[in-house]
Every structure is written in C-alpha cells, then in structure tokens.
Design a protein around this ligand. Structure first.
Ligand SMILES: [Zn+2]
Length: 229
C-alpha cells in the first residue's frame, strides 16, 4: 500500500491512504489554482485548519454531499453544525488533541495565525495536522508563522512536512528554511503561494535554498501533481 498526496492548490490537499480519501482545507471552486471542482472530489474525511474562507472553501457542500467526517477545531466544528453539517460527522478538537481514524491517527497542532468565520463569528484557534499513517508520518503546518515548538512536532520523525511559503499571511521562504531545520523532515513540500499576486514566490529558488541549508529533499508540485509515500 502506498499513500498519495495530491496538491489541489493553495493549502488544499488530497491524501489517499488505506482506501480512504482525506481532504485538507478544500478551497476549490473559488481558488484560481485548484485543478478540481468541489462537485467532483471524493472525501471520507475533511481536515479543516481554521475558519478563513481560503481554507473553509467548499467544506460545507462537500461534507453534506459525501457524508464525510470533518475534523477541525471546536468552534469551527460548532459553526459547521449550524450550517447543516451532521453533528455526528463533526469532530471538534483543540491544539494537542488527537483522534484515531480508520486510516491512522490525526493530531491537531499549534499554529501561529488567526481564525474567524465568513459571517464574522469566532473561529477558534487555528491549527495544523500531524497524520500518523501506516506508511508515513506527515505534518501539514497549514497557515502559521515560524515557531520554536516545531522542534517538538518533528521530534517523532517526519516523512513529509508541508509548509506555507507565501509570506504576508504566513511564514515566507526564509522562515520556512528555519522551520525545516527545526522539523527535520525527510521531504518538504511548499504551499500557500502563487495563488494570488500578494503571495507570489519563486519555488525553484526556495528549493535550491532547501538543498543548500537543510537535510530535507524539496518536492515542488504543480496543482494536480502528487507525492507518493
Ligand atoms: Zn490561508
């Protein structure tokens, strides 16, 4: 068995593992770079890092159509229920918490960011995710600044870290190099860049810096391309 991790643009990812489809931050129909439409994706589980529209995206519609379980922070989970997502399909967590799933274990990690819902209501604490799968351990930092506790997140060993490099709303390329040094993953993939001009970055230059300054192998994808672990 292998695990496929496909970039759907911005911070949207599809992880296919153990016969399950796991969507992260499915901002698809309004994304300038998504290769897929929300109507066409499969999902058994949706991971949602925080309430901002470029992450919440099509979560409500996909969850209702697919009956997927949504794993997110507590307040976003309560908001999703108010939008009609089935209460028994929402798992609300807080940083440090985790839950067992049929494909492995999901942990909600700290992120240095903000969170609010499109209607202005409180969006709880933003986070990232560590997935412990049969084949691999994967960290999705999601929207965050660099923080020193990344050392702890990496201490169990990471096969892949996915980091934002767009700057402005999240860490930029330079801070991501320090993040990689703290996390020490085998491979690292960038995201949350080139979606719009304010977060444009040169991923090839970033990859060169990763090779020069860290022990990780950079993997730069185009939307629609995947990593196989
Ligand atoms: Zn974002």
């Amino acid at each position: 068995m292998s695990t496929n991790i496909t970039w759907l643009g911005h911070n949207a990812w599809l992880v296919e593992t153990a016969g399950k489809s796991i969507l992260l931050d499915p901002f698809l129909n309004d994304s300038p770079t998504s290769p897929v439409k929300a109507e066409n994706v499969k999902a058994d589980v949706i991971l949602l890092s925080h309430g901002h529209g470029d992450h919440l995206g099509d979560t409500v519609a996909i969850a209702k159509r697919t009956d997927a379980t949504v794993i997110t922070n507590f307040e976003v989970g309560e908001w999703l229920k108010r939008q009609g997502v089935a209460a028994d399909k929402v798992i609300g967590m807080n940083p440090g918490g985790g839950c067992a799933q049929p494909f492995g274990h999901v942990k909600f990690t700290t992120a240095q960011h903000s969170s609010s819902m499109p209607d202005g209501s409180y969006g709880g604490v933003p986070g990232g995710f560590v997935l412990k799968l049969a084949e691999a351990r994967i960290y999705f930092a999601c929207d965050t600044a660099l923080f020193l506790d990344m050392k702890l997140i990496g201490s169990g060993g990471l096969d892949l870290a996915v980091l934002p490099i767009g700057d402005l709303f999240t860490m930029g390329p330079d801070d991501s190099i320090d993040a990689i040094k703290l996390l020490n993953p085998k491979r690292v993939a960038p995201c949350h860049y080139n979606t719009w001009p304010p977060i444009a970055q040169d991923a090839a230059e970033w990859a060169n810096n990763v090779r020069s300054h860290t022990a990780a192998e950079p993997v730069v994808l185009q939307p629609g391309e995947k990593i196989v672990l």
